[in-house]
Design a protein around this ligand. Structure first.
Ligand code: CP
Length: 315
C-alpha cells in the first residue's frame, strides 16, 4: 500500500496491524511522550480544498507528534481561486519537496487522480473526497469500536454496527462498510429510500428503512450520520420533523439499545435533527473520543506509509 485512498485499501491483516500501531501511538500519548522522531526531516503537506475541522486539525497534530515538517494549504486564499488546476498545484508541491500529501477535495476521485496521474511521486492520503471515501474516518471509527467492543485487540468479528442517515452523500458510510466488514463486522444501513444510493444492494451490508426494528435486534453500535443539506437538491428530503421522528436518535432510542452498545457520530452534528442533544451528550456517545482517537490513527497511517517503508505493506 503506497497510498491510502479507500476503506478497502487494507486487507484484514493490514487493517488489524494498522489499528495495533494506532494503539501503540495512543499509549505513547497517554504516557505523556508528546513527540516521536519517526518523521523527522520529512515534509507533509495538508491540501484542503474543502472545509474541515476535525480531520485537518488531527492530521496536523499527528504530523507534529511524529516530528514532521508541516505545510498547510487551503484552497481559500491560494491560487486555486485564480483557476489553478489540481495538476499545477501538485507540481508546486513536488517543487517544494513534499514527502506526503494529505488531500481533502469536494470532487469524488480527486485524491485517486493525484495518486495515479504521475504529477507527484509521494504517498497520497485521502482526507475525504466528495461523496466517495473517507478512509481515515473509518479507521478511527474502527479503532473506537474495537476499544469498546473487543478490548482494543483483534478484529470486530461477530459485532453488529448500524449506520443511520444520509447514506447517499456519505463518504464515511462507504469507507466504513468496506473497512468494518473487512474486520468481520456485520453492517446494517438504515435510511429513507431517497437517501440511499443507486446500487446499495451490491454493498457488503444489509439495508433497512426501520430504525426501531433494527435497534430492537440489539446492535453493538449505532453510527449516526450528518444530514448533508449542502449536497442536496430538492426532492431528497422529508421534513426535518419527520426525519427526526423516523431516523433521529433520541434518548428513548438510546435507552432501547443493549447496555454495552455505543453511539458514534463523525461530526459535525446537527443536534435536533439526526441526533438529539440528550443522545449526543449521553455517556454512550463517543463523538469526542472519536476525535482524540483520530490523532492516534492518523499517526499510525503516516508512520505506516512513510516510516515503515515497504515493511508490512503490500502493493
Ligand atoms: N468527520 C470529519 O471529517 O469532520 P471534519 O469535516 O470536521 O473534518
Amino acid at each position: 500500500m503506497r497510498h491510502l485512498l479507500n476503506g478497502s485499501d487494507l486487507d484484514h491483516a493490514g487493517a488489524v496491524a494498522l489499528l495495533d500501531t494506532a494503539e501503540s501511538m495512543a499509549q505513547t500519548q497517554s504516557r505523556q511522550i508528546k513527540k516521536l522522531p519517526a518523521l523527522r526531516g520529512l515534509t507533509v503537506v495538508n491540501l484542503f480544498f474543502e472545509d474541515s475541522t476535525r480531520t485537518r486539525i488531527s492530521f496536523e497534530a499527528a504530523e507534529k507528534r511524529l516530528s514532521a515538517d508541516v505545510i498547510n494549504f487551503s484552497a481559500k486564499g491560494s491560487s486555486v481561486s485564480k483557476g489553478e488546476s489540481l495538476k499545477d498545484t501538485a507540481q508546486t508541491l513536488r517543487a517544494i519537496g513534499a514527502d506526503a500529501v494529505v488531500v481533502r477535495h469536494p470532487a469524488s476521485g480527486a485524491p485517486h487522480r493525484l495518486a495515479s496521474a504521475g504529477w507527484i511521486d509521494t504517498p497520497v492520503i485521502n482526507a475525504g473526497d466528495g461523496t466517495h471515501q473517507h478512509p481515515t474516518q473509518a479507521l478511527l471509527d474502527a479503532f473506537t469500536l474495537r476499544r469498546h467492543l473487543s478490548a482494543g485487540i483483534g478484529d470486530l468479528a461477530g459485532r453488529h454496527v448500524v449506520i443511520v442517515g444520509d447514506i447517499l452523500h456519505s463518504r464515511v458510510a462507504r469507507s466504513n462498510v468496506e473497512l468494518l466488514t473487512t474486520l468481520g463486522a456485520q453492517v446494517t444501513l438504515v435510511a429513507p429510500p431517497t437517501l440511499l444510493p443507486v446500487g446499495v444492494e451490491t454493498w457488503r451490508c444489509a439495508v433497512s428503512y426501520d430504525l426501531d426494528a433494527v435497534i430492537a435486534a440489539g446492535p453493538d453500535a449505532v453510527m449516526m450520520l450528518r444530514v448533508q443539506r449542502e449536497r442536496m437538491t430538492s426532492g431528497y428530503f422529508p421534513s426535518e420533523r419527520e426525519y427526526a421522528r423516523r431516523y433521529g436518535l433520541d434518548a428513548l432510542r438510546v435507552a432501547a439499545l443493549p447496555e454495552h452498545a455505543i453511539v458514534l457520530h463523525p461530526g459535525p452534528m446537527n443536534r435536533g435533527l439526526e441526533i438529539s442533544a440528550e443522545a449526543a451528550d449521553s455517556p454512550r456517545c463517543t463523538v469526542v473520543e472519536q476525535v482524540a482517537n483520530g490523532v492516534s490513527v492518523r499517526m499510525a497511517v503516516l508512520y505506516t506509509l512513510l516510516a515503515q517503508g515497504e515493511q508490512g505493506m503490500e502493493e
